[in-house]
Design a protein around this ligand. Structure first.
Ligand SMILES: O=C(O)CCC(=O)C(=O)O
Ligand SMILES: [Fe+2]
Length: 372
């Protein structure tokens, strides 16, 4: 069984794929003397997290996108019938990069692909616009949100389900029709966002009620009421919005740091003034080309993304071009559960100390919440 198969490293293939380290970060800020965690008086100084999340390949467990989209491509004979070798390669690449483009050599039934995906990733995460197969069609002719409605506007980097209490572990995007004028997928490593902060800023962002957001279906652009979005655990309700503190969290079972991200794209409501500078800093990083990996997809190719390590989006394209993507998201409780680790990296560093206590689940007493 795949579940019990050991993850085998493939050094030669790995070396081929690693490529040069990503380009240096764009906006640089100063947090005081680098490496200095405490002053002479004992008061702690903010520590830049780029020190604990080096993006030069020196930290093996840190998921980082490669510098070329070719490195993400895994050629397989058929998506419906993947070999054990191909599955091993897929696991290796996912754990290294947090994203893989599965490129089939033979065109198979586009629905047959989901036999493999369902087996690998388990239960599908429901969406209000999904069809009977759990697939959401991304097509501006029948848009699902304000962000998919307008091709001429880029869909800014985000992680899916960022306004729910348990975002999908894996997103799959199958290209059915690509736009000649653009519409490429855009990926950003969550590590780039975190590395632009100090440990103090990260702590602030993890406080309750820092950012409010909700889904905005395309029909009228109205905010989708939080009552129709699954909410429990570390959430508050403010009017029709969810306000949350867990822009980042540590998975209690794996101890890995996970990201939840949305650029300020119209689905974000209020940002607490305390969190504003760090949110804006990360927003600038996510929008900056130097941190974005542009991934063109051909019809039949399928992009798989670790939704807790990598943000995804889409480049603009001309409205007259047809473009169709199929999105299906997963909980991650399938055959590959034991081999794939979601999240950016292990959070064992002392920089993250004290943050675990914030992840103890607590239930909101719904009767005490007043919908405005
Ligand atoms: O259009 C795309 O490629 C991405 C769409 C997307 O990210 C979404 O609907 O959540
Ligand atoms: Fe998305």
């Amino acid at each position: 069984m795949m579940r019990h198969a050991q993850l085998r490293r493939l050094p030669a293939a790995a070396m081929r794929r690693l490529g040069p380290p990503p380009a240096p970060a764009a906006p640089k800020r100063s947090f005081g003397v680098a490496g200095e965690a405490a002053s002479a008086t004992g008061s702690k100084k903010p520590v830049p997290l780029e020190q604990v999340m080096p993006r030069d390949g020196s930290r093996e467990d840190l998921k980082l996108l490669p510098s070329s989209p070719d490195c993400l491509k895994l050629h397989v004979k058929s998506l419906a019938d993947i070999s054990l070798e191909e599955a091993h390669e897929f696991v290796f690449m996912m754990n290294r990069y947090g994203a893989v483009v599965l490129a089939p050599q033979t065109e198979s039934d586009p629905l047959a692909v989901y036999q493999t995906m369902d087996r690998w990733f388990g239960r599908c995460v429901p969406h209000d616009s999904m069809n009977e197969h759990g697939i959401v069609e991304i097509n501006p002719a029948k848009p699902t949100s304000i962000n998919t409605a307008n091709p001429r506007k880029e869909h800014l980097p985000h992680t899916d389900d960022a306004y729910t209490d348990s975002p999908a572990a894996f997103c799959t995007l199958q290209c059915r029709q690509s736009a000649p004028s653009g519409g490429e997928s855009v990926l950003v490593s969550g590590a780039e966002l975190v590395a632009s902060l100090s440990n103090e800023e990260l702590r602030t962002l993890m406080q309750p009620g820092m950012v409010s957001m909700a889904r905005r279906p395309a029909a009228d652009g109205s905010w989708m009421k939080v009552s129709s979005i699954p909410m429990k655990g570390p959430w508050h309700r403010r009017g029709s919005m969810a306000t949350f503190r867990l822009r980042f969290w540590v998975d209690k079972d794996s101890g890995w740091l996970q990201v939840r991200w949305r650029c300020n794209d119209g689905c974000v409501g209020e940002v607490n003034p305390e969190a504003k500078p760090s949110y804006e800093q990360m927003d600038a990083v996510a929008r900056h080309e130097v941190h974005q990996l542009v991934v063109p997809l051909n019809p039949g190719e399928l992009l798989v993304v670790d939704n807790r390590a990598i943000a995804h989006g889409r480049r603009p394209y001309l409205s007259e071009d047809p473009r169709i993507m199929w999105r299906k998201n997963y909980v991650g409780n399938g055959e590959l559960e034991a081999q794939l680790r979601t999240g950016m990296c292990a959070a064992f560093s002392s920089m993250f100390e004290g943050l675990h206590s914030m992840f103890d689940p607590w239930e909101i007493d719904a009767s005490k919440l007043k919908a405005e």
